[in-house]
Design a binder for this molecule. Sequence first.
Ligand code: FAD
Ligand code: YCP
Length: 381
Amino acid sequence: MVYEYIVIGAGIQGSSTAYHLAKNNKKTLLLEQFVLPHSRGSSHGQTRIIRKAYEDDFYINMLEESYELWAQLEKEAGVKLYRRTGLLLMGPEKGKDFQLIKSAMQRNKIPSVVLERHEFSQHIPNVNLTSGDGAILESTGGVLYADRALRAAQTVFQSHGGTINDGEKVINIEPGDLITVTTDSGTYQAKNLVITAGPWAKTLLSHTGLQLPLQVVRINVCYWKEKVPGSYSINNRFPCFIQIHPKEAEHDIYGLPSNEYPGLMKVCYHMGTETEPDERDRQTDRRDVDALSSYVSRCFPGLVSVPSVVESCMYTMTPDKHFVLDRHPSYSNIVIGAGFSGHGFKFGPVIGKVLCELSMGLNPSYDLSPFSIQRFQANPK
Ligand SMILES: Cc1cc2nc3c(=O)[nH]c(=O)nc-3n(C[C@H](O)[C@H](O)[C@H](O)COP(=O)(O)OP(=O)(O)OC[C@H]3O[C@@H](n4cnc5c(N)ncnc54)[C@H](O)[C@@H]3O)c2cc1C
Ligand SMILES: O=C(O)[C@@H]1CCCCN1
């Protein structure tokens, strides 16, 4: 079967790319190895954080449009995808990371308030602000309903004439003017290919002779019980939070208000242990959960400091934690979106737009140099 475009991988990035291609009237096939919906990649689960609190202007610029495109998808699909809660950023006040985000927020006039220590508990009850930490509340931060968002992108893609073949794993890619994609149950051809394979990107790209420095880690997604039900609830407007440099661990800790499982708040560690994507559950390292327990008991006294529910998800990390959004260095009709490093969901619609632009040969709406493949080749480490 011949298509104009094939997209491999129906996570949020591939589904959003396919949606933009179909809206541009391109005959597009979206291939997914698992039967949809599934919980084995990076885009499953009910919730993700959306925020503009970033230190780099290039992310903040993309987020302006991302909020608009999420609102458009909400309208097209007739579902609510975003709920505003605010995003609480806490971290060592004089530390570089906190200062860089704070100044980027001021520079970009992102609606936010600095919470002074003496007024903190009045605004954010049931949280202990670590001594030496500053706090900023970004008012446009909130929750994206992830599973719903993924389904919405796929549904709108199909309503624009797109085809989704799930339960079909791509096993070979033959580049050329007409690219041949072989799955475990068929063969397809297209003039253009977009690869958005999440944790499997490294293996799939190696079929095309490209080696990218991507590392897959398993994340323990932990939910903690509220001692008083509702005290950290989305219905009480409890915000999402990011804790930079917690005392207990090297990487950040983050959380979302209780919502999908009433009475349980999601608090996770922003790093995990390396894993093979097909062997995710063989990875049983729980050192992060121990660090989280100490943090929860110190800073969230209203939560029971042993998780009630632990689920899993995977990050695909690049060395600098910036995404890969580029053409294949050897084949200009193959476009790659990969390495979303645990923070890509909120950008889904805008990433879909730029991957669509790249693959249609248009000038991308954003400067994509921070996301180039060449940055690894110039400095392979
Ligand atoms: C615990 C956790 C918390 C997160 N929190 C946030 C957050 O708060 N905010 C935020 O913005 N981001 C967050 N992220 C990151 C975000 O979820 C990811 O960046 C995003 O989901 C990546 O999407 P993807 O489409 O690249 O990957 P995936 O969702 O993994 O999609 C790739 C798809 O490709 C398919 N595939 C792979 N190989 C093949 C093949 N050979 N043939 C066919 N199909 C194939 C896979 O099955 C999969 O469905 C979080 C991630 C995790 C794990
Ligand atoms: O992308 C985000 O906003 C969150 C921040 C904390 C880590 C997980 N991802």
